[in-house]
Design a protein around this ligand. Structure first.
Ligand code: MG
Length: 240
């Protein structure tokens, strides 16, 4: 009897295994949308936030036209004192590409050298700073999530050279009571190198004091005026 049961189990297992086909584990729907890439690798489903010519996608914080200066080389530059600029459109989860450059002529040190900032949802800062041979607090150097996460490495090209950030952002989620139910998350590549690996945002980037977690909806991408002549070009974003 026992041998009979064991053989029954054995053969039935074989029959079940035999009944499985490769097709059983194939999933065909949905089919990913076909996109294309242009010669500079901008995906066709991206929103170009700067095309080298106009700041039409940007505004000053008070709603007035963005005052930053468009350069002859197809970049634009911080206009010190003009204040931050932000996108007219609000964003939640997204993939963002941005290129930036600190001044060729080195001026200042620490936080005073080539300082700007990329703010997701106007609240979460990926630091922009000339951190090439320029020591400052580690959680405030280029590629840090300001005062929250130190970059894994310093991937800076020398001062005055173009740098790239590629950011994958998952926005925090708040419920009707205003409580945070899901934290934000960030991955950042600096010049193609992973420097923030899916970190969990603790809240807003604050210069003084701990991060805050006030509820908010989708919000603009903002670039900081920290008084330094930082340039930007080739900015695009994809909603996720
Ligand atoms: Mg900054």
């Amino acid at each position: 009897m026992r041998i009979f049961l064991i053989s029954l189990y054995f053969f039935s297992t074989l029959i079940i295994l035999d009944a499985q086909k490769p097709e059983d584990t194939e999933v065909w729907e949905p089919e990913p949308k076909q996109i294309s890439l242009d010669i500079t690798n901008v995906p066709s489903d991206a929103i170009r936030l700067f095309d080298g010519r106009s700041l039409e996608h940007w505004t000053s914080e008070d709603g007035a036209p963005a005052q930053w200066l468009i350069q002859e080389d197809g970049s634009f530059q911080v206009k010190p004192g003009a204040g931050a600029i932000e996108t007219k459109e609000a964003f939640g989860d997204c993939q963002l590409h941005i290129e930036w450059k600190s001044p060729e002529i080195i001026k200042g040190e620490g936080q005073g050298r080539g300082n700007s900032g990329l703010f997701l949802q106007k609240r979460y800062e990926v630091q922009i700073l000339d951190s090439y041979k320029n020591r400052t607090y580690s959680n405030g150097q280029a590629g840090s999530v300001y005062k929250q996460y130190i970059p894994l490495v310093n991937a800076m090209r020398p001062s005055g050279q173009w740098q790239t950030y590629d950011v994958i952002f998952k926005a925090p989620v708040f419920n009707e009571k205003g409580e945070k139910t899901e934290s934000g998350q960030l991955t950042v590549l600096h010049n193609g190198v992973v420097i923030q690996n899916n970190i969990t945002l603790l809240g807003t980037s604050e210069y003084i004091g701990p991060p805050k977690n006030m509820p908010h909806r989708e919000a603009p991408i903002m670039l900081q005026d920290h008084g330094d002549l930082v340039s930007f070009r080739n900015i695009w974003v994809r909603r996720l």
